[in-house]
Design a protein around this ligand. Structure first.
Ligand code: NDP
Ligand code: 8X3
Length: 256
């Protein structure tokens, strides 16, 4: 048994990076987890790993956060099966490109807005009836330092993460008195597949982290685990984590 024994968690974007590390950490702390993302094969691999460590600790539900119906279906199914989700990590998200606005691709903008903003809204909208019914639970959003500062070429990605911060603030106001805790976890640079997705190739992604020590996905998972293992009357609202080598989104110390 651990501090999260008896808790049932759902993580979006569990097929990679921060989401996968968070699934492992929550499971280690005793929770059962529903792994969601689009890539079913990746989810199945993580499910096997987690179930080998503790039988029946992980299930999989493929879903695309851009589709409200996908989220509603999975939360409803868990509730109908007598396993209400009481811990949600709305983590799925992506950046696409670093062009200035005048050269930006509106298709990329739509994908970022649909995933990072509407995807979070779809997730919380689907989760809240269960959480409100329970009168407790945790809803953790993955924001970013990009939701607190902007940087050249960050434009639309920055706007989506500023929106996540606004959604977090709104959730607290709309649900005060419900017993639910809301947390935004806002990391600086974390080495995951994020930069490969954003920049399109591994070599460009590797260059982002050259000469500096970025955060590891496990560091972010650790912060999330801390927030959700406090006593019920304590709501850790906002966690900003920086690599020690990063002073702002625009200032990174590199050793070479
Ligand atoms: P990864 O690229 O490693 O993981 C992103 C995850 O999001 C994948 O599991 C992917 O799964 C999922 N995802 C993307 N689009 C969708 C979709 N439409 N539906 C469902 N799942 C989707 O990146 P990170 O782990 O770094 O990113 C996780 C979160 O952390 C994001 O919100 C990101 O903005 C945020 N963040 C990242 C930072 C960093 O430096 N890495 C810093 C600050 C915040 P699949 O493709 O299988 O659907
Ligand atoms: C991702 C981190 O600093 O590249 O949210 O915007 S950053």
């Amino acid at each position: 048994p651990g501090p999260l024994t008896g808790r049932h968690a759902l993580i979006t974007g569990a097929s990679s990076g921060i989401g996968a590390a968070t699934a492992r950490a929550l499971c280690r702390a005793g929770a059962t987890v529903v792994l969601t993302a689009r890539r079913a094969e990746r989810l199945a691999e993580l499910q096997s790993e987690l179930n080998a460590a503790r039988a029946d600790s992980a299930t999989v539900a493929t879903c695309d956060v851009r589709k409200a119906v996908d989220l509603a279906r999975v939360f409803d199914a868990e509730e109908a099966a007598g396993r209400p989700v009481d811990l949600v990590v709305a983590n799925a998200g992506l950046g696409l490109g670093v062009s200035p606005i005048q050269e930006g691709d509106p298709e990329d903008w739509s994908t970022m807005i649909d995933t990072n903003v509407k995807g979070v809204l779809h997730t919380v909208r689907a989760a809240l009836p269960t959480l409100r019914g329970l009168g407790r639970g945790d809803l953790v959003l993955l924001g970013s330092v990009a939701g607190r500062q902007v940087y050249p070429g960050g434009n639309v990605y920055n706007a989506t993460k500023h929106a996540v911060k606004a959604i977090y603030d709104a959730l607290r106001l709309d649900n005060v008195g419900s017993g639910i805790r809301f947390t935004t976890v806002d990391p600086g640079m974390v080495e995951t597949e994020f930069s490969v997705v954003r920049l399109g190739d591994q070599a460009r992604a590797d260059a982002v982290y050259v000469g500096m020590q970025p955060l590891r996905p496990e560091d972010v998972a650790d912060a999330i685990t801390y927030a959700v293992t406090r006593p019920a009357h304590v709501n850790i609202g906002e966690i900003v984590l920086w690599p020690t080598d990063q002073a702002s989104t625009r200032d990174v110390h590199r050793s070479n």
